[in-house]
Write a protein that binds this ligand. Structure first.
Ligand code: GCB
Length: 627
């Protein structure tokens, strides 16, 4: 009786956990640690072979009358279904995780099998791994790089937590759940989104449901460095803000070391486990820049824990309508990019090689120094690669198009995603801009929502610039940047498609004049035109979707851009053709947005060379000005 009661209670808690994030918090399953720079901690990788099984009617969440899932449906049960069925002829299972097919994670399920290509909903994943009980004085966490969109995690039959949001990391403590020998982990990932989610269901990109980033089991000392933000301040000092997690977090000595600079500074945490300190820096410091992306090994020591990171030091600020990098004006020669690897069948598996291939095409191919990682936080593999290769980064949250501005839960979700993104990446020198939104229609409710996000950014990170991709108002040949959000931003950004979505003849595009009542630097955060690689047309009268049209569109739009006195950068749309269910032209698109300068397999289109030449000239101008 007792046993039945407890298992019914557990099933009820599980149903609540799966159904709503607020309930997840009530049952103590919200993420319990940040584990910043978790990718540097190593730990035990749980990437690789996992069983997977679809559950389109969410039978593992609730029965058909809405009651908690019964024993025949509980995917997370700590049993081997075939063994139980063999022992007990009455046992009924309407699933069998251990005999379900196997996929290699991380990577979206759209690549698991052809029939998964358009699946949206719940998929269960399960694997086992050998472990030992957590030793005394240590704590263990399961850490996910990302799961899209909501994930419920179970270890050895117990719910350990739920996370909402497809692009940011989360970690759950499992110290007391690990056992000697085989441990079973089950994750239910649901890709379905509603109008209250961030982003809402309608976007212009592929959803890529599933476990798309690495899974690690990380063991740390009982009190450990949960967050360490190390940066160069605008007044030229190296500062560190450290937060400890654990019972001994108060009054704990902390030391930060940068061995290559012979630099060490120290302090003691306050009662809540936090400490901020700073030190002067010697002339030996080589500042990070795209031309010389120097990174330093940094160690943060606290009690038994040492957190390591690789950090670059640079400053970024705005003066009048200039963006200053390390005190000197910089023009951002960029391009936008989705989180999608090269190839005919991408599954959003961003390995270091995949990230390097994409970013090298920007840095070396296009002569770029900047990338907009659209429209959501990209993999930490990508931002680390940007640090290493020397590309400035725009990072953003998926507050995209028609968000439900009046729903407080939607706002809380967006704030949490942004916080998780910033706390993950505050040590990346490459990131200079946090963007709070993309092409959101102006209203009082939207302005209030975005202002909350902006003030959150400023509270979390005062060392970078805040922006948002906005729309402008067109009258005749004058485009005015009149969004009421502009005064709240450091840098204005505009998406513009004159000559593609508008009926302007391309020859008219350079006649369009840009005005802004506010004096701030401007970035053209998007402009672009579709072209199907290999489709050529009469250069004298090119049609849409031809390489010639796209190349001419770039020539004319760049001519327009050259005339904007306060333009300080651009990230045209987009590096690579990307999957988008919106784009169903049967000849030219076939489910792909074709605005890439390279095709999905990396073929360069004519417009690629137009932009590469433009950036070569721009880079030359900057060098001359610096001399
Ligand atoms: C936009 C959106 C981007 C789309 C692009 C397009 O303005 O920000 O997500 O993919 O236009 O191709 O229309």
């Amino acid at each position: 009786m007792h046993k039945i009661f407890w298992s019914a209670l557990q099933a009820l808690l599980v149903a609540l956990t799966l159904a709503c994030p607020a309930a997840a918090q009530q049952v103590g399953t919200a993420p319990t640690a940040l584990l910043t720079s978790a990718d540097m901690r190593g730990g035990r990788s749980l990437d690789g072979a996992w069983h997977w099984s679809i559950d389109p009617y969410r039978d593992g969440v609730a029965g058909f009358h809405g009651d908690p899932a019964g024993p025949s449906s509980r995917r997370w049960a700590d049993i081997v279904q075939a063994d139980v069925a063999r022992e007990d002829p009455k046992a009924l299972f309407e699933f069998d995780m251990q005999r379900s097919p196997i996929a290699h994670l991380p990577g979206s399920w759209i690549g698991h099998a052809p029939e998964m290509r358009l699946y949206h909903g719940l998929v269960w994943y399960q694997r086992t791994f050998e472990a030992a009980p957590t030793p005394p004085g240590k704590r263990a966490f399961l850490r996910f790089g990302a799961a899209d969109y909501a994930a419920s995690v179970f270890l050895n039959g117990k719910p350990v937590g739920r996370h909402v949001g497809g692009f940011t990391p989360f970690a759950f403590e499992v110290t007391n759940l690990l056992r000697a020998g085989s441990n079973q982990i089950t994750v239910g990932v649901d890709s379905a989104r509603t109008v209250d989610d961030v982003p809402p269901p309608v976007t212009d990109w592929e959803t890529y449901g599933g476990i798309t980033r690495s899974v690690q089991l990380i063991t740390v000392p009982a009190t450990f460095v949960d967050d360490a933000w190390v940066r160069l301040t605008r007044d030229g000092r190296i500062a560190a803000t450290v937060r400890l997690n654990g019972e001994a977090r108060g009054a704990m000595p902390i030391r930060v070391r940068i061995p290559a600079l012979n630099l060490s500074f120290a302090g003691t945490t306050d009662a809540s486990g936090e400490w901020t300190g700073s030190t002067a820096v010697s002339r030996a410091l080589k500042r990070w820049s795209p031309e010389s992306p120097t990174l330093y090994d940094v160690r943060v020591e606290a009690g038994d824990d040492v957190l390591s990171d690789r950090v670059g030091f640079r400053t970024v600020e705005v003066r009048g309508d200039d963006i200053l990098l390390n005190g000197s004006p910089v023009f951002l020669r960029g391009i936008s990019m989705h989180e999608e690897e090269l190839g005919k069948n991408p599954v959003r598996a961003i390995t270091p090689a995949a990230a390097r291939a994409l970013l090298t095409e920007i840095k070396q191919g296009l002569n770029g120094n900047f990338v907009r990682l659209a429209h959501y936080p990209h993999s930490e593999v990508m931002t680390r690669m940007a640090d290493e290769l020397g590309l400035l980064v725009w990072s953003e949250v998926p507050v995209y198009w028609r968000v439900n501005w009046t729903n407080p839960t939607t706002l809380e979700d967006a704030r949490r995603m942004q916080r998780e993104n910033i706390l993950r990446d505050r040590n990346r020198a490459s990131i200079i801009l946090w963007s709070v939104a993309n092409e959101t229609p102006v209203s009082e409710a939207r302005n209030a929502f975005l202002r909350t996000l902006i003030s959150d950014v400023r509270a979390l990170d005062d060392s970078r610039l805040v922006t948002a991709a906005l729309l402008s108002k067109r009258e005749g040949n004058v485009s005015t940047i009149d969004d009421p959000l502009v005064p709240d931003l450091d840098v204005m950004a505009i998406n513009t498609y004159y000559g593609w979505y508008s009926g302007d003849p391309l020859a008219n595009v350079p006649n369009i004049e840009w005005r802004s009542p506010t004096r701030k630097p401007l970035i053209f955060s998007e402009f672009g035109a579709d072209a199907q690689a290999g489709y050529h047309d009469d250069p004298a009268r090119p049609h849409k979707f031809s390489e010639e049209f796209q190349a001419e569109y770039y020539r004319q739009t760049l001519a327009m851009a050259d005339k904007v006195p306060f333009l300080r950068g651009m990230s045209p749309w987009i590096l690579k053709d990307f999957r988008s269910p919106r784009r169903q032209h049967p000849v030219h698109q076939q489910g792909w947005n074709r605005k890439g300068l390279i095709s999905e397999t990396g073929e360069r289109k004519e417009a690629f060379h137009v932009l590469a030449d433009h950036y070569r000239r721009k880079a030359g101008q900057t060098q001359k000005a610096a001399r």
